[in-house]
Design a protein around this ligand. Structure first.
Ligand SMILES: Cc1cc2nc3c(=O)[nH]c(=O)nc-3n(C[C@H](O)[C@H](O)[C@H](O)COP(=O)(O)OP(=O)(O)OC[C@H]3O[C@@H](n4cnc5c(N)ncnc54)[C@H](O)[C@@H]3O)c2cc1C
Length: 407
């Protein structure tokens, strides 16, 4: 080898060594910021802590309250709580369910499905009050690692770090910023710009029922034409979830809210009249436009999105929480093999592991939305007819396909 060639080789080796001489942080040494202490954020923080990281979590609300609705957690999501040592709390607080019943709007049962076989194979489906799930996930988090009442104002990225300006004016550098701040994510907006949500055309109300039918232990979904009302019990509570077709941006003032709900479902039978009669405080009724979100990219530089901020799912199939928890688990796994220099490799691996499964669940939720909320009378009559013949075997296959695949 000529002297010149040898010198060139030596120079390039030195350059490589020098680049490693930069302060590279490996695995748990990395400085990770989690924006949003909801389902995904707390799961990720718990898993990272378990692996020796010291993630910092910032949560916008000043304190966790009692606001929220019911969550149905699939076994693929609750498995992650086994690894966190929180599964016992989950089953002691939530309620496993064994049947899923579908009725038409007049109150005639179309089909009753048992999910026992699924539970036997994969573990129970568990319904739980969202704020109780948050309390369980918080148990593992070192309180010093969470700052409540704090949000982000700015994220500036250099090749080596992400410099975050918080809402209190302070600034801090991180190797990785994880946006777990929900469907209307500020992190997403700051880093990816305005990414529009896909509105499903459905809007609705969720509320808890405290009297009368509230002791029911059975899930019942009433499928109408362009309207849906489902009752979902959890321990000591009954949640009602409704949906109607409505143009985007239709206002829902508290004034006359109860009358509007009663009017929309006045032609429903079964237990619905009793539910409507027991409607109480309109300010405790949660109203939302049901949207999902598909993005081309889930990470940019040192910022990555997890949960609803990256892949919100329609509430029709109830998979949003399982998807958020699964994604948090996969990112935590990839980060154990990461370092601050080659972090994009781990983020790419996270996206490729998660995207196909999330897309599938989003497709299924959209399809289920079309079926359950069919907006033409002809389609809903046909749907009701077909439902009577949709076998339990096909229902089980649906769950089996979803639960047997790796997250
Ligand atoms: C009516 C309805 C019913 C649903 N039912 C189900 C169901 O039965 N089963 C199911 O699996 N899923 C259900 N979902 C979906 C489910 O709630 C979400 O998919 C899930 O909560 C996603 O978790 P996440 O952590 O991504 O977001 P979230 O749980 O929404 O958490 C986001 C967190 O970030 C915080 N935050 C927001 N902005 C900022 C900011 N700028 N700075 C700091 N913190 C911030 C928020 O306060 C919140 O704590 C339902 C959704 C709706 C609307």
């Amino acid at each position: 080898m000529s002297i010149l060639k040898r010198k060139k080789k030596l120079d390039s080796r030195n350059a490589e060594i020098e680049s490693y001489a930069l302060p590279i942080r490996f695995g748990p040494e990395m400085r990770v910021l989690i924006i949003g202490g909801g389902i995904a954020g707390l799961t990720l923080a718990g898993l990272l802590q378990q692996r020796g990281f010291k993630p910092r979590v910032v949560e916008r609300i000043p304190e966790y309250g009692k606001v929220g609705y019911i969550i149905v957690l699939w076994p693929s999501g609750s498995r992650v709580l086994k690894g966190l040592g929180l599964y016992r709390d989950l089953i002691e607080t939530g309620l496993p369910f064994s049947t899923y019943n579908v009725w038409d709007e007049k109150g005639e049962m179309l089909k009753s499905y048992s999910v026992d076989e699924v539970s036997e194979k994969y573990g129970p489906m568990i319904s739980i009050y969202r704020s109780e799930l948050i309390s369980i996930l918080r148990k593992n988090i070192n309180p010093e690692n969470i700052t409540m009442g704090l949000s982000v104002e700015k994220i500036h990225q250099t090749p080596d770090e992400a410099i975050v300006t918080f809402s209190d004016g302070t600034r801090e550098s991180f190797d990785l910023v994880v946006g777990c701040d929900g469907v209307r994510s500020r992190t997403r907006n700051l880093v990816f710009g305005d990414v529009p949500l896909s509105y499903s055309g459905m809007t609705g109300w969720s509320f808890w029922l405290k009297s009368g039918i509230a002791k029911s232990a059975h899930i019942a979904e009433y499928w109408g034409t362009g309207k849906f009302l489902g009752i979902w019990p959890t321990r000591n509570r009954l949640s009602v979830f409704t949906s109607i077709r409505s143009p985007k941006g239709t206002p829902d003032p508290v004034e006359n809210r109860l009358d509007r709900i009663r009017e929309h479902f006045s032609d429903f039978g079964g237990v619905v009249p009793e539910i409507l009669a027991n409607l109480e405080d309109p300010t405790e009724i949660f109203h939302d436009e049901y949207c999902d979100l598909r993005m081309d990219e889930w990470h940019k530089g040192r910022v990555v999105l997890v949960g609803d901020s990256a892949h919100a799912v329609l509430p029709t199939a109830g998979g949003g929480v399982a998807m958020a928890i699964e994604s948090a688990a996969v990112l935590a796994d990839e980060l154990t093999r990461a370092d601050s220099k080659y972090i994009s490799q781990s983020l790419e691996a996270y996206v490729s592991r998660r995207r196909p499964r999330v897309n599938k669940v989003q497709d299924q939720s959209r399809m289920m939305g079309k079926v359950a909320f069919a907006d033409s009378r002809a389609v809903s009559v046909l749907r009701n007819f077909v439902m009577r013949f949709y076998s339990s075997r096909l229902h089980l296959k649906y769950w089996d396909d979803l639960l047997k695949e790796p997250i």
